[in-house]
Design a protein around this ligand. Sequence first.
Ligand SMILES: [Zn+2]
Length: 199
Amino acid sequence: MRWVGCQVCDGVVEEPEVPDGGSAVCGRCGALLFRRRRRTVEITFALMVAAAILFAVANAYPFLAFEMQGQVTHTTLGSGVQALWEQGSRAVAGLVLFTTILSPASEILLLLYVLAPLHFGAPAPGAVVAMRWVSRLKPWSMMEVFLIGILVAVVKLADMAEIVPGVALWAFAVLIPILAGAAAFLDTELVWRRLGEPA
Ligand SMILES: [Zn+2]
């Protein structure tokens, strides 16, 4: 048996069974206790598939092309990290690698690993551990900060060089709202419940 607290009247009530898409109200004061999102697993899973494709594109294709005195330089996410490393900014290179590549990649893969089997019925082995890591990694995914940094740099460099936005930049620009949408849409409480763990 599970208990939930009412945020309005402070009453503690036995958690009612609520189907997906339904909501539970407090028996004492009638306030909304919680809502179960409809098809949260399916929709978040679909968003994560889109995110995985966009993430692959964002890493495989150039971000920006600079043209300066007839010379064209393409920058990818990886080459940016490499350049930082070679210039001696190793800590920054490591941080960029972790916050813009490793952490979001792990988050997307782990969520796919958790959600895909749930969508088809039974949880995957180790899904509980994977789900814990998803919440641990979340604060470390900072692609949007990186994107803003890129845009600031582009504005500053615009006078010095011809700048052509690359495919990866567009992929990134679409990826960020998709990840934000998935985070907003994922009912973690429901996922934990389906995994058979208390949230
Ligand atoms: Zn209440």
